[in-house]
Design a protein around this ligand. Sequence first.
Ligand code: BEZ
Length: 390
Amino acid sequence: MTTRRTPLILGALAAAFAFAGAPAWAQPAKLKVGLMLPYTGTFAALGTAIENGFRLYVAEQGGKLGGREIEWFKVDDESDPSKATDNANKLIKRDNVDVLVGSVHSGVAMAMARVARDSGTMLIVPNAGADAVTGPMCAQHIFRSSFSNWQPGYAMGEVMAKKGHKKVVTITWKYAAGDESVKGFREAFEKQGGQVVKDLSLPFPGVEFQALLTEIASLKPDAVYTFFAGGGAVKFVKDYAAAGLKASIPLYGAGFLTDGTLQAQGAAADGLLTTLHYGDSLDKPRDKDFRLAYVKAYKLQPDVYAVQGYDAAQMLGIGLAAVKGDIGKKAEFAAALEKARIDSPRGAFSLGKTHNPVQDIYLRQVVGQENKVIGVASKALADPGRGCRM
Ligand code: BEZ
């Protein structure tokens, strides 16, 4: 006999079978993963590397996380913050994704965090370092597998001060990532007695560097600190060398300056020192296995973005395993991740109270086609998480 309540009961049963306790004959519903990443523009290669890393981890788990197969949804966010709210809402309202994964650009990620907070959708940020995401916008269901913009900048401030540089010029794109990277750098550098004599910037994703390079030449600082990434980083490093500055004014940066870019930068990048939570010569079995698997799958060398994508999938897997696939159990999902050691190719890391990685920041030097790790600039560095109330 069917009644008016039959569809309701069937719906409830279907929902229950999506998770634990489903009988052997019932397949849990697929987990809908919404990848919101740049596939065009200056960060296109970064988006692809993140997706590659994410898919590699899922493939290593037999295509399932928390016992659920994955159904993929993708949006090219174009690294455009003005389109980010609509793009995130498409994934949530049109595609009904269970989890958002994105993005690369800090402005886009802040819009995603806003949508995730309003809708209660799980969000894992696999790159964008916007300090606010794990600061004032932090939430029980928002996680980051990458870094905060403050972290590599702060580590480099200490390195450059220890090297004896006193007067430094900074140069970056004028948006959250650039501003916050420089702020982190300045905090550490000035604490050690250094002085930032001028902050130079240009709008994202501009690459008209000539006038700014001329200004650096006339200011004659001891050194330059920079944040650029992707296609813009390739052009900046080449222009810096072509302007004849490389020999006279040492260039340093957050490691994005030379990650995933070395083939295109060629000799212009040789010898550059950067700080980042990954490098190409980590002598760790976990990293060696990851790199072999990545090269086999994609015929490409992995970079920091691939690692962050891989770890975003690992984090999702850890949370889902703890709730037996029921991603609606947010408190249990978060509790599992808060006590996890994430076995990353970069070295195992944990999440701080704000859900940002607490991790070693390496000092790396470009040698040929490698960001060779030459030391640990900052051990187990935790973002201060200013403004986070959770
Ligand atoms: C950002 O916008 O947060 C970002 C973009 C590329 C590399 C690193 C950070």
